[in-house]
Design a binder for this molecule. Structure first.
Ligand code: SAM
Length: 155
């Protein structure tokens, strides 16, 4: 979800001559979404509900790489700062203590790698294509990370 300064929804659609609209996939999703609960809350409110045996996947705003333009402003002028990244880790660690497995993606910024390593996460590099890029030509591959902290409890 992303909003502009006027508070209007503004997630980009990309810049395609012939955009693919995934109607079938969306209809399939509606069928299996009946058993799911959707919540729109700050991540702290969701992670607090997590307990033993749960698996949490978090895709927070990516910390900008040094000298690169990043995007962390998803709503009404609020940016997602390093302090928010650290607060996410705090809630993730508490959920892990309760027996949850945590999986978090982010950019490959050194500050992020250090944050997760220092908190005992297994941090792996992942090479990804940025498919939402509106620039034509070759889409550059980015180096992201995936940080995992497995549940302490064996099931
Ligand atoms: C990099 S996007 C990832 C979105 C999704 N995981 C995906 O892969 O398409 C970061 C997301 O974090 C959301 N976000 C920003 N601040 C948040 C907060 N405090 N609590 C929960 N989500 C937040 C944004 O709205 C945005 O959708």
């Amino acid at each position: 979800m992303r909003y502009n300064l006027k508070g209007e929804f503004n997630v980009g659609f990309g810049d395609y001559d012939n955009p693919y609209f995934p109607l079938e996939e969306m209809e399939n999703f509606i069928c299996c979404s009946e058993d799911l609960t959707f919540s729109c809350e700050d991540y702290s409110k969701i992670i607090e509900q997590v307990g033993a045996g749960d698996v949490v996947f978090c895709g927070p705003p990516y910390e900008p790489l040094p000298d690169k333009e990043g995007f962390t402003q998803y709503s009404n002028g609020t940016t997602f700062k390093m302090a928010d990244q650290a607060r996410l880790v705090k809630y993730a660690l508490e959920a892990h203590q309760r027996g949850a497995t945590i999986i978090i993606t982010n950019s490959g910024a050194e500050s992020i790698k250090e944050l997760y390593r220092a908190n005992g996460f297994d941090v792996r590099d992942v090479s990804v294509k940025r498919s939402m890029s509106s620039k034509t030509g070759k889409i550059p591959k980015a180096r992201d990370i995936i940080a995992v902290k497995k549940s302490l409890i064996l099931f």
